[in-house]
Design a protein. Structure first.
Length: 225
């Protein structure tokens, strides 16, 4: 499932369904609003996760221009206006207010999806490949580990072993499986080499070392309790 969330604002239920059906195929998460006032309400409740808005112009209670003005007071979220009018003056007015893209009705759903994807590609910021769990922060790009914001020194093998355990958190992993995935080949030596690496990692993690649990007769499991 994609992490992209799109808010579809249109007072016509058939139009919302049409748009939703095509965007869902791209695994986007869809939020809906039935008029301008509803759009503001849904946006305020979900603004931290909305990545793009498809906004109709002509709606009851509050038109698209008014919705656009309010949202632009606090957010630069990408907005595509859906309009039945294709007049140049209207489009220029919209761009002045902060519209990113225009699509005139009627439109091809496939073209709409292509416009959405293109706009998201231009505006979505790359996500740093950094994740945190239980006070342990792993930077997969920099191949570094921090504990409570303090950098700790790990050998390459120690880093790869810790990351493998974290990537498979809450799963009991056998020593053989760890060897085959971390050492990247069939290891014919003593599997106790894992035990020595685990011991060093636990020591370097300090109090967080308790997250690496020994599973008797099996191997190890990373679990934050």
């Amino acid at each position: 499932m994609s992490d992209i969330t799109v808010l579809v604002v249109d007072d016509e239920s058939r139009m919302r369904k049409l748009i939703k059906d095509f965007l869902v195929k791209k695994e986007y998460k869809i939020l809906e609003a039935v008029d301008g006032e509803d759009a503001i309400k849904v946006f305020e409740e979900n603004k931290e996760k909305i990545n793009l808005i498809l906004l109709d112009v002509m709606m009851p209670k509050l038109d698209g221009w008014s919705v656009l003005r309010q949202i632009r007071q606090e957010s630069t979220v990408p907005i595509i206006m859906l309009t039945a009018r294709g007049e140049e003056q209207d489009e220029l007015f919209g761009f002045e207010l902060g519209v990113d893209e225009y699509i005139s009705k009627p439109f091809s759903p496939k073209i709409l999806v292509a416009r959405v994807e293109a706009l998201l590609k231009r505006t979505t910021k790359p996500i740093n490949n950094i994740y945190e769990i239980g006070g342990i922060e792993i930077d997969a790009d920099g191949r570094t580990v921090k504990v409570d914001s303090k950098l700790i020194e790990l050998s390459l093998r120690e880093y790869e072993l810790l990351k493998y355990l974290v990537d498979n958190k809450n799963i009991a992993l056998s020593r053989d499986k760890i060897l085959n995935n971390v050492w990247n080949y069939d290891y014919y030596g003593d599997s106790r080499t894992i035990d020595s690496h685990i011991k060093k990692i636990r020591h370097k993690l300090g109090k967080k070392g308790k997250y690496i649990e020994t599973i008797r007769g099996v191997g190890y499991k990373f679990e934050v309790k």
